[in-house]
Ligand binder design. Structure first.
Ligand SMILES: *[C@@H]1O[C@H](CO)[C@@H](O)[C@H](O)[C@H]1NC(C)=O
Ligand SMILES: *[C@@H]1O[C@H](CO)[C@@H](O)[C@H](O)[C@H]1NC(C)=O
Length: 251
């Protein structure tokens, strides 16, 4: 499926047929590599040129074009038809929007335009990579320590992102500078909980990572582990047992 080494056949054939300058025919994409967050919408910015006097008959996008095969129109593909929106025109703008991207959409996308007698495909196209987010955090931290939580993506996100942090599903803080780290200084028991991260303006939220805060450092056998989800219940049960114990003793 790779088109990386495919010779630029359309260019050669056009040169032979018309003897035109290759600079006249072309498609440019900016950027040509996109790292997008899962479930987000991606704009593939694109423009195309051809010698004056040609009339564009048909424009469409395709993916992973193969040499010698007529590339299919993606908007006719049921996997894409609902999510693909052509924002360009039939003159020079071939920008497209693909919404709700998933890992299955990781391909090379190319624009094709057809005039009365000629066809052109803009290879190598736009390479789309789709990432999710993962919180990287130490599982357990001692009270008073400093720790960094990191919101990791598998590729460097193309859009400059504002990271939002959640603790126990509640919005907690934001990082507007594109920094994907959250520094927790002098960790307290209240900092324990389930941490997840997201990007501002996006619906996708990372899976949660559990942060456990231990105290009484050093006395390992007596370490009491408090977690935000079970901590409260744990304390209540202890209190009930103590009260029950005192009442039994008094009887
Ligand atoms: C192409 O069209 C898109 C969507 O309408 C627009 O945002 C973009 O500015 C246009 N690009 C050019 C070079 O005109
Ligand atoms: C957290 O990250 C910042 C920036 O990368 C770094 O300067 C700092 O030393 C880190 N702190 C800890 C406790 O890892």
């Amino acid at each position: 499926m790779s088109v990386r080494n495919a010779p630029r056949l359309p260019l050669i054939s056009l040169l032979m047929i018309h003897g035109v300058s290759s600079a006249d025919w072309g498609v440019s994409y900016s950027p040509s590599h996109i790292c997008a967050l899962k479930h987000s919408s991606v704009i593939m910015s694109c423009s195309y040129t051809y010698p004056t006097g040609y009339k564009i008959e048909k424009v469409f996008w395709t993916r992973n074009p193969e040499q010698g095969k007529e590339p299919p129109d993606l908007s006719k593909d049921p996997e894409y038809s609902q999510r693909l929106q052509y924002l360009g025109d039939k003159q020079q703008n071939c920008t497209i929007r693909l919404s709700h991207v998933t890992q299955k959409d990781q391909h090379k996308y190319c624009f094709r335009f057809i005039t009365v007698n000629d066809k052109w495909i803009g290879t190598p196209g736009v390479t789309l990579t789709v990432t999710d987010l993962q919180v990287e955090a130490p599982e357990s931290v001692k009270e008073g320590q400093n720790i960094n939580l990191t919101c990791k993506s598998s590729c460097a996100l193309t859009d400059r992102a504002t990271f939002i942090w959640y603790r126990n599903s509640q919005p907690f803080t934001e990082r507007r500078d594109g920094n994907n780290q959250l520094l927790l200084q002098s960790v307290r028991r209240e900092d324990a909980g389930r941490y997840s991260c997201a990007l501002h303006g996006h619906t996708y939220i990372s899976p949660a990572a559990q942060l456990t805060v231990t105290f009484h450092p050093g006395a390992d056998r007596n370490v009491i582990v408090i977690t935000a989800t079970s901590g409260g219940l744990f304390i209540i049960i202890i209190i009930i047992i103590i009260i029950w114990f005192i009442m039994c003793v008094q009887l």
